[in-house]
Design a binder for this molecule. Structure first.
Ligand code: 13P
Length: 253
């Protein structure tokens, strides 16, 4: 079975004290993570080493950065490279979150370079895609998301795509409390898997974990994660609340 993943995206939240409390709290919950499951904490850069240290002996917990730059080193003030992240043992990097795309103008071409740089340094990308409200209202979301997948990922070879992680996050559902229905998530995620299968074959497409993101909460996680092409969630707001996120982890297939 492909990996079922509960990923927390803390975004730009938490002080050091709050970060410690949240990670310690999760550890103390003692949640049993099966070999087919994984919990990923995407914490702000200043807390990556703290998270790595605290989680090093905790089965099934991994650490992610929320971004990295497309170059390995040099005069890029304020940026963080995949080489640096590799040197502190970061497992994953979120690439192309809609907030990076919309606020910081990141485009598919640059994101494909970021994906490459992650692969070059042994870090797994979590590649995000998802349509804005207007595209959904025009009913062109399938074409829009296909283009994000093709332009960001189709230069990769099959072995790179095996066990890859994608997060589908419809922008209209992020932080709005307006979740896509479980059926809407399933419909798009089956479409994404088809797009991948057409290029890489069914066998590879079936190994790819496709997460849903956008107002996932303890109360709706089970219904969404229960769908066949939804392999867990990328969770923003609710991941900052210990009880909520613990319940979301327990909702994984
Ligand atoms: P919310 O769960 O706060 O809607 O955020 C989703 C998200 O953007 C996760 O990356």
């Amino acid at each position: 079975m492909r990996k079922q993943i509960a990923a927390a995206n803390w975004k730009m939240n938490c002080t050091l004290q709050q970060a410690k409390e949240l990670i310690d709290g999760l550890i103390n919950e003692n949640i049993r993570i099966s070999p087919d499951q994984e919990v990923i904490l995407a914490v702000p850069f200043p807390y990556l080493m703290l998270a790595k240290e605290k989680l090093k002996n905790i089965n099934g917990f991994k650490v992610a950065a929320q971004n990295c730059y497309s170059q390995t080193s040099g005069a890029f003030t304020g940026e963080v490279s995949a080489v640096m992240l590799q040197s502190i043992g970061v497992d994953y990097v979120i690439i192309g979150h809609s907030e990076r795309r919309e606020i910081f103008g990141e485009q598919n071409k640059m994101l494909s370079e970021k994906v490459n740089i992650c692969f070059g340094h042994g870090i797994k990308p979590i590649y995000c895609c998802g349509e804005p409200l207007q595209i959904r209202e025009n009913e062109t979301q399938n074409e829009f998301v296909s283009a994000q997948i093709k332009e960001g990922l189709f230069h990769l070879n099959s072995s790179q795509l095996e066990n890859f992680v994608i997060a589908y996050e419809p922008i209209w559902a992020i932080g709005t409390g307006k979740t896509a229905t479980a059926d809407q998530a399933q419909e798009m995620q089956a479409h994404i898997r088809n797009v991948l299968a057409e290029k890489y074959g069914n066998e590879v497409a079936e190994t790819i974990s496709i997460l849903y993101g956008g107002s996932v909460k303890a109360g709706n996680a089970k219904g969404i994660f229960g769908k066949p092409d939804v392999d867990g969630g990328l969770v923003g707001g609710a991941s900052l609340n210990l009880a909520e996120f613990s319940a979301i982890i327990k909702s994984l297939k």
